[in-house]
Design a protein around this ligand. Structure first.
Ligand code: PDD
Length: 278
């Protein structure tokens, strides 16, 4: 596998990050994940805009223009013969003797790699995803796609330990979002609900695309918070992310959602999203 590190394409075994990289020492960096379908990027401009925003919010200069990022991504996809999977970008503040505060003009570290994996033909799709709920232990700026992901690591592992596929994080009784996804429910009245954007959640790129599809197809949605109880009583539930597109949820904490099978709207939105891309 060929990866990109600070201007160079090289075999992954030869790529080395210094011990004093602030991403390693402090989680002082941000990342992005874009899906690749049929060799094409899904919503890449939006991902690169969010990358720029995340960097700006923590004061790391964006080392590349959109055209430069895209050129590197294209070359990485070509060098790895990637037709379907993910492309990962990480930018850390850079390398410096360990100190919490940082000097001006540090050169950011840029790492990029691809992961070949089925995105469209997700093996879990026929059955749907099971979700557990966990307390949201994260910091107060979840809108920044920070590489400091310890709470999400623990949440996801708790899901795996419970035999589930995703963890929905809960604060004050309401669902914030999935460990690595945006949470949606559909009420018996047919209302599609997801949380409004704020510092409490990552502004999901797939979330935005799905809401545009919903509006474009005459369906309605409501941006508001919802409780775990509401989610368990919902007609449908699903989550969205670059890596899962739209994934129907069939149970929450063991409670079946709807008839316990993947929901119609979730599957329809998934198809619409894939159609719009390919
Ligand atoms: N995660 N919320 C959180 C906390 C996430 O980590 C992600 C994505 C999302 C969905 O965002 P998007 O639709 O832009 O992928 C929401 C990525 C896929 C990851 O960490 O691998």
């Amino acid at each position: 596998r060929i990866v990109y590190l600070n201007g160079t394409f090289l075999p992954i075994e030869e790529a080395r990050i210094p011990v004093m990289d602030r991403g390693f020492l402090f989680g002082d960096g941000i990342y992005e994940v874009t899906a690749v379908l049929d060799g094409r990027f899904a919503d890449n401009e939006a991902h690169l805009r969010r990358l720029d925003r995340s960097l700006g919010e923590i004061g790391i200069p964006n080392p590349h223009t959109v055209a430069e990022w895209t050129a590197i991504q294209n070359e990485l996809v070509a060098r790895n013969n990637l037709t379907e999977g993910l492309i990962y970008i990480e930018v850390t503040r850079g390398v410096q003797e360990r100190d919490f505060a940082y000097p001006a003009n540090l050169a950011p570290t840029v790492v990029m790699f691809t992961q070949a994996k089925p995105v469209r033909a997700n093996a879990g799709l026929a059955k749907g995803a099971s979700v557990i709920t966990v307390p949201d232990l994260r910091w107060a700026r979840r809108d920044i796609k920070s590489v400091a992901l310890l709470a999400q690591v623990l949440a996801k592992q708790a899901a795996v330990n419970a035999g589930a596929n995703e963890a929905w994080m809960v604060q004050d009784g309401v669902v914030t979002e999935g460990a690595s996804s945006t949470a949606f429910i559909v009420t018996e009245a047919g209302e599609l609900i997801t949380r409004p954007l704020s510092h409490a959640v990552l502004p999901g790129i797939t979330r935005g695309a799905v809401l545009r599809l919903v509006a474009g197809n005459g369906l309605t949605f409501v941006e508001r918070t919802f409780t775990v109880e509401e989610a368990k009583a919902a007609k449908e539930a699903f989550f969205t992310s670059a890596s899962t597109i739209v994934m129907p949820v069939v149970s929450i904490d063991g409670t079946p959602i709807g008839d316990g099978r993947p929901g119609r709207l979730a599957l329809q939105l998934r198809e619409l999203y894939i159609e719009a891309l390919t």
